[in-house]
Ligand binder design. Structure first.
Ligand code: B12
Length: 219
């Protein structure tokens, strides 16, 4: 990894707001893509905060400060990130939410802004979303895609609950389902019969585009 992005990550994990923002701006000036700054700088810094939390060197208050820093850093890279995602006309409709019991939304919101920048109409159900709320929204807006985020090992099973609810209501075959978030994986996708696992928000855009092209080709 480059020294610049390593510096972004370490300023971030030291919870230095000004230093993180300053180095993020410098990384943009140096020509790093916003996507790379996000994944190799900011998210890496946030990962370290998570590790320090796990080792009990940081506490909930530090996680909250980290959230604050991430929100501000996102404002610095947002426009560039969106332009990298590529524009386009109306591409498709997405219903997005973080599964029940889970209040993490930073990753979801990044994925949503990239999808919107790429021309998707996104219905954001927010966090801690019960399966019934997904069902209700799917009936109401008839999306092409349902996108689920889960950040806790204890809430990954919420993905299965949404899948069961869609199945029960005979909606499963009408939507493409994609998942993301740290504890999710290809195995989790297969376990719950999900169509695609996305490692990053950018993957989400690529996956959605690929699906929509296929769907349009079929029509
Ligand atoms: C910030 C944070 C918080 C904030 C959340 C702020 C918010 N409202 O979002 C606060 C302080 C509230 C919090 C609370 C808790 N947290 Co927390 N949190 C984190 C932390 C540090 C960062 C998460 C994050 O935002 N990452 C940055 C984003 C950009 O990354 P991301 O979410 O992975 O998203 C990217 C991709 O995955 C993708 N993506 C995500 N979802 C989706 C979905 C789709 C469809 C697509 C296409 C893409 C996609 O897009 C993003 C960009 O590429 C993580 C550690 C970590 N590194 O993950 C711990 C972490 C997730 N939290 C943890 C824990 C334990 C908790 C608490 C239980 C703590 C407590 N004791 O209360 C509570 C749980 C509250 C709840 N019920 O949800 C643990 C989970 C452990 C586990 N294995 O389950 C972690 C891993 C920390 C740790 N190492 O221990 N947390």
């Amino acid at each position: 990894m480059s020294d610049t992005l390593e510096d972004v990550a370490s300023r971030f994990s030291d919870l230095d707001l000004d230093g993180t923002l300053d180095l993020t701006r410098k990384a943009l000036e140096k020509g790093f893509s916003a996507h790379k700054i996000l994944e190799e700088g900011l998210s890496r810094g946030l990962d370290r905060v998570g590790e320090l939390f796990e080792r009990k060197e940081y506490f909930l208050s530090e996680l909250m400060v980290a959230t604050y820093i991430m929100e501000h850093a996102m404002k610095v890279i947002e426009d560039k990130l969106k332009s990298e995602a590529g524009g386009g006309g109306r591409r498709g409709r997405v219903v997005f939410g973080t599964v029940a019991g889970d209040f993490h939304f930073i990753g979801k919101n990044i994925a949503i802004s990239l999808l919107q920048a790429s021309g998707y109409e996104v219905h954001d159900l927010g966090e801690d979303v019960p399966p019934e709320a997904f069902v209700k929204k799917v009936r109401e807006v008839k999306p092409d895609i349902v996108a689920l985020s889960a950040l806790l090992l204890t809430t990954v099973s919420g993905i299965g609950e949404v899948m069961e609810a869609l199945e029960r209501e005979s909606l499963r075959d009408q939507v493409f389902v994609m998942i993301g978030g740290r504890p999710t994986s290809q195995e989790v996708a297969e376990k719950y019969g999900v169509d695609a696992y996305c490692a990053t928000a950018m993957d989400g855009v690529a996956t959605a585009n690929k699906y929509m092209e296929k769907k349009r080709g079929r029509v």
